[in-house]
Design a protein around this ligand. Structure first.
Ligand code: CA
Length: 230
């Protein structure tokens, strides 16, 4: 599916290679070269997805991500310069959905972009086909059509990934879903190499909806803790 993608990357060689490859796959690519330019381009062009370098002039990719997610939830793929877990955790905490460590293969980038776009499409289809779209348990209310969530009547703002994770868990309240299954259903990945990604996003989800609402089953996965529907 063709999408409008905002690419924020200050390194000319990598930026040109990424833009060329995404364009060759039918996407429209809008470019920005620094933090403030990235936020401005996001507001001007309303992209479907953002590919965001972490190390940028002005302010960094984490700050860009924080600011654009506050405007409108959008899938974000982060590009990190090193395989630094702290960097990745910060990225996920500010609302990135996925990350790639440089150097990466262009094929891998295209695969990740396609997976993120498929998820957004599938979520929209699911929202259109699911009735009723509002469900609630114990003060937790999910509107799958509008993609909104409330805890005790206060709205909480989830990233697209956190929302999809919650909806996936809420499809079978109380049931334990393995990390591999969540990875396959939410991210569209079929290998188990990214199970730590699931843990990080669960951490973000817990921070927003309340830690005791998501139960960890060590070595297996996660379950949404719910009482009787009300
Ligand atoms: Ca950079």
């Amino acid at each position: 599916m063709a999408a409008r993608i905002l690419l924020v990357e200050d390194e000319p060689t990598i930026g040109a290679a990424v833009a060329d490859r995404l364009t060759a796959h039918g996407h429209e690519v809008v470019r920005a070269w620094d933090g403030p330019g990235g936020v401005a381009a996001f507001e001007e062009h309303r992209p479907d997805l953002v590919v965001l370098d972490v190390m940028l002039p002005g302010f960094d990719g984490h700050e860009v991500c924080r600011r654009i997610q506050a405007v409108r939830p959008v899938p974000v793929l982060m590009l990190t310069a090193r395989d630094d877990e702290a960097d990745v955790l910060v990225g996920l905490a500010v609302g990135a959905d996925d990350y790639l460590t440089k150097p990466f293969r262009m094929r891998e980038l295209v695969a990740r972009v396609s997976a993120l776009l498929r998820r957004v499409d599938r979520a929209a289809e699911l929202a259109a086909s699911t009735t009723p779209s509002v469900r609630s348990w114990d003060g937790l209310r999910i509107d799958t059509g509008a993609r909104r969530v409330w805890v005790d009547d206060a709205e909480v703002h989830l990233t697209p990934t956190e929302f999809d994770l919650l909806v996936c868990l809420a499809a079978a309240p109380g049931d334990v879903l393995s990390r591999e299954r969540l990875l396959a259903e939410v991210w569209g990945w079929n290998d188990a190499s990214g199970t730590r990604t699931v843990d990080s996003h669960i951490k973000g989800l817990r921070a927003k909806i309340g830690g005791d609402r998501v139960r960890t089953v060590h070595g297996v996965g996660y379950a949404l803790e719910v009482g009787a529907p009300r």
